[in-house]
Ligand binder design. Structure first.
Ligand SMILES: Nc1ncnc2c1ncn2[C@@H]1O[C@H](COP(=O)(O)OP(=O)(O)O)[C@@H](O)[C@H]1O
Ligand SMILES: [Mg+2]
Length: 280
């Protein structure tokens, strides 16, 4: 059973505010570069939400403004609002969001290459330069989900494979015991089998640890398979959104995100035509 088959905990039955709510958000970099416009999203507690779309669509920007990291890249929410569990956190910085239980795994498997796998994991014990967990056992949660890491503890992380590095960054994030985990392109550059393994582990983590997740990824198929809900962005806007199982059945998603694509330019033209024809 995939996560998308289980009932979403959100919706009208729930009295709780969404974990994340974006209301008509506009995001501008460097005071004049408009990256995201009119984006509204809701992420319900315990869900896995897929954030899909081509390169440059604005997926990373949305994640960065939720985690506060965007502020340090001169990003600013210039319209609308971002809420976390009902609290207005628009334009809060990364420190404030880490304190609220958000961990953001950036694109590109950022490990400390010269440190060993174990040393990288120990870094998960620190937040904002301060050690916030005191028992080394705290990082053993990493091995529950990624036992392979225990076999390479002394390996310099720079020598680990792409798959091992991806496991390492997820494991390190887990040590923070986040309530909300943001993952940016976790499947990028990994072999299909590894992507499947890592995504299956993400589902286990989501269920066992009750961690809400937003996964921005260009692998729409794999991401929708494990997601409860999905948003498709294009040119800084949300073009489509629906429960993941329904998104997967949509013709335009099947044809242009899940199917075999042909010539790139033709692919873009047709997709634009179809999506706009039906949805705007
Ligand atoms: N730090 C930044 N400064 C200025 N523009 C940026 C920055 N980061 C991203 N952008 C621009 O914002 C738009 C959305 O980018 P991004 O959020 O990275 O898209 P995606 O993650 O979907 O590929 C792109 O046009 C990109 O060039
Ligand atoms: Mg991105």
């Amino acid at each position: 059973m995939t996560t998308s088959e289980r009932a979403s905990t959100g919706g009208s039955a729930s009295q709780q505010p969404p974990v994340v709510e974006l209301d008509n958000v506009e995001i501008v970099y460097d005071r004049h570069f408009l990256a995201v416009q009119g984006v509204s999203m809701e992420v319900q507690e315990s869900d896995i939400v897929a954030l899909l779309g081509p390169n440059g669509a604005g997926k990373s920007t949305v994640l960065k403004m939720i985690s506060g990291i965007g502020r340090s890249e001169r990003g600013e929410v210039t319209r609308g609002s971002v809420s976390y569990k009902g609290e207005d956190v628009t334009n809060y910085g990364a420190n404030e969001m880490v304190d609220r239980g958000i961990t953001h795994i950036l694109e590109g498997r950022r490990v400390f290459e010269d440190l060993t796998v174990e040393e990288n994991l120990r870094c998960g014990l620190y937040r904002d330069g301060r050690r916030f967990r005191f028992d080394v056992e705290d990082y053993r949660i990493a091995f529950e989900y990624f036992p392979q890491l225990e076999e390479i503890l002394d390996l310099k992380a720079g020598y680990a494979s792409g798959g091992q590095q991806q496991m390492l960054v997820v494991a390190r994030a887990l040590i923070h015991r986040p309530e909300l985990l943001l993952l940016d392109e976790p499947s990028l550059g990994l072999a299909p089998k590894l992507v499947r393994d890592i995504f299956e582990t993400l589902v286990e983590i989501n269920r066992e640890e009750d961690i809400t997740m937003i996964i921005a990824d260009q692998n729409a198929k794999r991401t929708l398979e494990i997601a409860d809900y999905g948003y498709v962005m294009e040119n800084g806007q949300v073009e489509l959104h629906d429960p993941a199982a329904e998104l997967m059945e949509r013709e335009e998603i099947k044809e242009f995100y899940l199917g075999t694509s042909g010539d790139e330019s033709r692919y873009r033209d047709i997709r634009h035509y179809k999506i706009r024809k039906r949805w705007t």
